[in-house]
Design a protein around this ligand. Structure first.
Ligand code: PLP
Length: 411
């Protein structure tokens, strides 16, 4: 008999987005004439910018020549890309990093999920609630939680840090000691951010408690306000306590191309049970070299091109386009009488569902009455109940039409 990893059996039956997809597919099959507008899943719609396409084309020609052929590349990513990342994403914000503190990968989802490999099972884990489900489910799979409590909608053995309108979406610093803390800002799903001052409190907490912060900055490129940190390393001392995840997916439309990176400063240390300090960077490097063979050369050239002058300009245009959508959604919903959060430093709009409806009831209503697909807040955790997420990643026409449908119904 081959025994299975029984932690997988603790997972709740359906991953949020597959439930949404199944409901939409069913409705669509039964009502083929309906024009459904999808503002649910966080995927982009703008094509890859010309600067990246040119770089990929050039790389394709290059690898077809004897001199330019590339076999296995460095598991951690080519130096040209790691240099460009440090220069553009960090040095410009006053952060110095070494090349071997950057690990290029094929996605922040994999990185956030895989990072659990290098930490002991008995670590106490905290997530914000609501949360990007990957942090939670990968900890369930790897056995860091007890069973799911259906009444509370929470796993036992994990700390949920509430983030809702009552605390202005600022997660409260835990009273107890936590080993691993997942933070994501700009936040998915709420679209809200933490100020520098608030983030400083987390660094102080992590230092005092010997904790590690797993900081997901996948939406950093959408920040528009001054006092919002683009990287956790803008906060003094963060290199001692934080890992940062970044992605080209939402910045440059690479959701299909696949490229991301993790920053693990060499100053970051974990401990063995005997109390011996171990470099987290060295552990991750060992894992990467064993389980990963690097991102394709073509993709890394495309990622590098996002930092060229042309690339930056073209990407900025796309982000502006999505943020204009966010503004249309936010203002349109407010006009229709909704209470709305996010949408200023993030492509996500988090709205309060009308009194008396649950998040899923509002999902069904929007799908069936207005033919609009969003994501029910409760799918991101119990504190998401009563909220609903819309994304600004749709096309301008569909975004405007969706808001018109809502305004017709509510005005
Ligand atoms: N982190 C957050 C918070 C996300 O919302 C997403 C995607 O939606 C990811 C990571 C995944 O990024 P990637 O496409 O690089 O895997």
């Amino acid at each position: 008999m081959s025994y299975i990893n029984e932690n997988f059996l603790k997972l709740q039956e359906n991953y949020l987005f597959s439930t949404v997809a199944k409901k939409v597919a069913k409705y669509s099959k039964e009502n083929p004439e309906k024009d459904i507008i999808k503002l649910g899943i966080g995927d982009v719609t703008r094509p890859i910018v010309p600067a990246c396409i040119e770089a990929m084309n050039k790389a394709i020609i290059e690898i077809g020549t004897q001199e330019g052929f590339k076999g296995y590349g460095p598991e951690q990513g080519y130096e040209f890309l790691r240099e460009a990342i440090i220069k553009n994403d960090y040095n410009t914000r006053g952060v110095e990093l070494d090349l071997d503190e950057i690990f290029v990968s094929d996605g922040a989802k994999c990185d956030c999920g895989n990072i659990v490999d290098i930490f002991a099972q008995e670590n106490k884990v905290a997530i914000t609630d609501p949360v990007y489900p990957v942090y939670l489910d990968t900890n369930v799979m790897s056995g860091r939680t007890a069973d799911f409590d259906g009444k509370k909608g929470m796993y036992n053995g994990i700390t949920y840090i509430k983030m809702n309108a009552e605390n202005n979406f600022v997660p409260e610093i835990p009273k107890e000691r936590i080993d691993l803390i997942y933070l994501c800002f700009p936040n998915n799903p709420t679209g809200t951010v933490l100020s520098k001052k608030e983030l400083e409190k987390w660094i102080t907490y992590a230092k005092q408690n010997d904790s590690i912060i797993l900081y997901d900055a996948a939406y950093e490129a959408y920040i528009t306000e001054e006092d919002v940190p683009h990287s956790i390393y803008e906060i003094e001392g963060a290199k001692d306590v934080a890992i940062e995840f970044k992605s080209f997916s939402k910045t440059a439309g690479f959701t299909g191309v696949r490229c991301a990176y993790v920053v693990i400063p060499k100053a970051l240390k974990g401990k063995t049970r005997e109390g011996k300090e171990v470099s987290i960077n060295a552990l991750w490097n060992r894992r990467v070299c064993t389980k990963f063979n690097g991102v394709s050369y073509i993709t890394q050239r495309a990622a590098e091109a996002t930092f060229s002058e042309e690339g930056k300009k073209q990407i900025r245009e796309n982000i502006k386009y999505y943020m204009e959508n966010a503004k249309i959604i936010k203002e349109g919903l407010e006009k229709a009488g909704f209470t709305v959060y996010g949408g200023v430093n993030s492509p996500y709009i988090w709205l309060k569902v009308p009194e008396g409806k649950t998040s899923w009831e509002f999902f069904d209503f929007l799908l069936e009455e207005l033919n609009i697909v969003g994501t029910p807040g409760s799918g991101f955790g119990p504190s998401g109940e009563g909220y609903f997420r819309l994304t600004a990643f749709g096309t301008r026409e569909k975004t405007i039409e969706a808001i018109e449908r809502i305004n017709k119904k509510y005005n």
